[in-house]
Design a protein around this ligand. Structure first.
Ligand code: SF4
Ligand code: SF4
Length: 196
């Protein structure tokens, strides 16, 4: 939301834009099945990460897209793709909109796992790890009595503060680049994982 406002301002002043984290810390590399199928039906060989990079590169005024590659295969995939890249046309942009709607409706907490929130937490709460476990369990709607993520939560919280130990100081929220209401999300996490 904030990034869209920043982008719109840059375009309004005709300022070149550098896009960081186009794959949102890797979270856009693996999409919900429905979104994955939608994109794969259009371009079977294009990975979800490439779709995300291509979308950023197709926007007006974007000068550079910085992709966080972690191995040589990713670098080769990216350079191959951009060697013959053309900005997305209306069909591809429409598919991106549809995929975005599916992704947004699928993610309970849109945390990218960047971990910026961890350093200042006086209760040493494993915020992104808890959010990741919570998101996984929320993906399937049926009521669950036990999941592997519940066990994981119990194990992690032996070494870190539990979600319920948050004191609401909001140090984490001040540094979260996604501007997440972390304290509110932690209440949901604690309600779900600490119910027994
Ligand atoms: S609000 Fe809670 S989670 Fe955030 S830094 Fe403070 S104690 Fe940690
Ligand atoms: S700073 Fe925000 S986006 Fe990053 S890990 Fe923490 S909650 Fe998630």
């Amino acid at each position: 939301m904030q990034s869209k406002a920043c982008y719109d301002t840059a375009v309004k002043h005709n300022t070149p834009v550098i896009v960081m984290e186009p794959v949102k810390g890797g979270t856009l590399a693996k999409l919900p099945d429905k979104a994955q199928k939608l994109l794969a039906d259009y371009a079977p060989d294009r990975s979800a990460s490439l779709w995300a990079l291509g979308f950023a590169a197709s926007l007006d005024n974007v000068m550079v897209v910085l992709s966080g590659m972690s191995n040589i295969e990713q670098m080769e995939e990216n350079t191959d793709y951009f060697n013959s890249f053309s900005p997305y046309g209306s069909d591809e942009l429409r598919l991106m909109q549809e995929a975005a709607q599916i992704i947004l409706s699928d993610i309970a907490i849109p945390c990218t796992g960047c971990a910026y929130c961890l350093d200042g937490c006086p209760r040493n709460i494993a915020i992104p790890r808890y959010f990741s476990l919570y998101n996984e369990d929320m993906r399937e709607a049926e009521d669950k009595h036990w999941t592997a993520n519940m066990l994981q939560y119990d194990n992690i919280s032996k070494d870190f503060g539990k979600a319920s130990e948050c004191i609401g100081c909001k140090e984490c929220e001040r540094v979260c680049p996604q501007h997440l209401p972390i304290t509110e999300h932690l209440k949901d996490v604690s309600k779900y994982f600490e119910k027994n």
